[in-house]
Design a protein around this ligand. Sequence first.
Ligand SMILES: Nc1nc2c(ncn2[C@@H]2O[C@H](COP(=O)(O)OP(=O)(O)O)[C@@H](O)[C@H]2O)c(=O)[nH]1
Ligand SMILES: [Mg+2]
Length: 268
Amino acid sequence: MTVQWFPGHMAKALRLIEAQLKQVDCVIECRDARAPLSTRNPVLDRKLGDKPRLIILTKKDLAEPNQSKQWMNQLEAEGNIVVLVDSLQDNLKKVLVPKIEECLIPKREREKKRGMKRRKDRALIVGVPNVGKSTIINQLASKKVASVENRPGVTQALKLIQINQNLELVDTPGVLWPKFESKEMGLHCALIGSVKHTGYNLEQVVNYAYDTLHNRFGDVESHVFFNQIASDKGLLSSGGDIEMEHVQRLFLQDIQNGKYGLITWDRL
Ligand SMILES: Nc1nc2c(ncn2[C@@H]2O[C@H](COP(=O)(O)OP(=O)(O)O)[C@@H](O)[C@H]2O)c(=O)[nH]1
Ligand SMILES: [Mg+2]
């Protein structure tokens, strides 16, 4: 496998998520708009049962708009409630709260029919690393709260953020692991920063990115291209040797930050 994930982490993440799920009424699943398929984990679907879910496609500002539109259409056609956001620009409270409430309509109707007293709904944010979970929680809370994840010990009381009089949010996101169902999915997760450096083969990820994007770089061969980056970033030694690994990491960082343009890795 080009990109790896470790079974011990998976088992722990799964136990934590299961414990968190039991305590909430709905789940807000964050996926990266550049890789809406690679950043999902099908195990979540199975664990959710009929619990309401909102899918947020994050980092809209880094993905190709026509691809995002197609992903939205496809996910909605599959019966999901979906919203596309740029968490650095959008007013998330305004955008997300109505969508969360939409997810909860069936539950509220059921309660009403049974004559139950309406109680506050509780939502949990989940997603693979780096998809923007903490950013969303912080914005909804209007302060920095989501710095710690994966707290061991599920018995401790959940910390809750009051969103409005009907809705509260768990202050700690549920961390899912990416499930690499194909080699490409692993590569895509690496390219958007959802896999740690130690989890993939740098050379393979860089070659894949270079091959996919090379027509954006002008008509140059790869060694010329990487030499140019090294030179631009002051990484050429006096003898003309280049610190290849450093250059490659900076190249991936630039791709992640949109320097080479908007890119959707999972394509429809
Ligand atoms: N461009 C862009 N960056 C984002 C967006 N949402 C989050 N980020 C950035 O992505 C990185 C990871 O975000 P974080 O909330 O820590 O992700 P988490 O690991 O899922 O909690 C941070 O550098 C955020 O500033 C977005 O919508 N657009
Ligand atoms: Mg986080």
